[in-house]
Structure formats: C-alpha cells, structure tokens
Design a protein around this ligand. Sequence first.
Ligand SMILES: Cc1ncc(COP(=O)(O)O)c(C=O)c1O
Length: 195
Amino acid sequence: DIYIQVTRGIAPRNHLFPDVPAQLALTIRHPRQTPEEAYEKGISTLLLEDERWANCYIKSLNLLPNLLAKQAAASKGCKEAILVKDGYITEGSSSNVFAIKDNVLFTTPATRKILSGITRANVLECAQEQAIQIREQNMTPSFLKDADEVFITSTSVGLLPVSKIDEVKLPTFRPVTVALKHAYSLRTAGTKAYQ
Ligand SMILES: Cc1ncc(COP(=O)(O)O)c(C=O)c1O
C-alpha cells in the first residue's frame, strides 16, 4: 500500500495557512490481510449513530468519531460499525456500504455525508459492466437488515460480505456479492491479493 499525507508545512500554530512549502510524506507498507474466512463467512456489524462533525466540545482531529465507532463495534465482537445519520445509513467507520434487494444494487448516494471511496466507484463500474441495476439511494436500517445481501468496500478489504447487522443474521447465499467480488478481483488483479 502507498500512503500519502500532505500538510501545509511546519510553522507556528496559529490556525492560519502558513506561508511555507507544503510537506509531503509518502510511506509504503505491506497491505493488511483480511483472513479468508471473513470473505467466506461475512462479518458482524453494529449500527451506530454517525457522530462525525457533531461534537464540537471535543478538541480533536477529525478521525476520532470513526475510531470510537469502530472500537464500540469491536467491543461487541463486530468487525465494522455501520453509521446512521438522520435515520439513514451513511457508511461504515472505514468503508462504504452496499445492499442488494431483488437483484438491485443499492448504496448511499455520494453526497457530503459520506467519503465516497475509490472501491465504491470501482464496484459501481463493475456492476454497470455486469448490467446489474444500480440505485444510489438512502437506505434505512430496516431496509439494510431486510436486504438479500450486504457488503462493505474499502481499499484495505476490497469487497467484504456482511453476515450480521446488530442481532439480525443475513442470508448466506450471496450471488451478486460473489459476482461483483470476482469482477473487482479481475479489475485489481496484479495490484493486490484480493484474488
Ligand atoms: C469513512 C470511510 N468511508 C469509506 C472508505 C473507503 O474508501 P476507499 O474505498 O477509497 O478505501 C474509507 C476508507 O478508509 C473510510 O475511511
């Protein structure tokens, strides 16, 4: 994996943009491996309120709510927190969320409420190539729990099936997820060990 971080540069801390050269940090790491079992069995997830940008009393950098959500999910034996804002699913704490209902692929629209990931975009292109009907539409928690298939996407996990949302178990037959995962693997072949 290549991880790029850009800062405005080194300067006294006064909240203003400093008039100094920007700094670029580039690190190369071994990709994190998700156990094969997780792709076969799917992961458990926990629905939590999306508290990003909502706690101005905490003086913190922006990723804290994502970390708190992931940790809260982990403390209940779940691999990902799926966030809900104003009654609708936004995304995972570090992933985007997809559902399949009656062979239609649903995902939260790419508005300012989500980080619309590069994997999300690739999976949507894979779906288009396979003539799978797509609806970028807000989903309620009950819609997600009632879906035929649910999966999350991110650069680190690729396409990872969800087997459980809170206490609700999802079907283990996931034909659309399998087809999309296969198409995504072909697309990223040679770039990563998703195969
Ligand atoms: C909040 C959030 N949404 C979605 C994603 C998925 O983005 P990508 O597919 O570009 O890795 C990430 C990745 O870290 C994330 O942190």
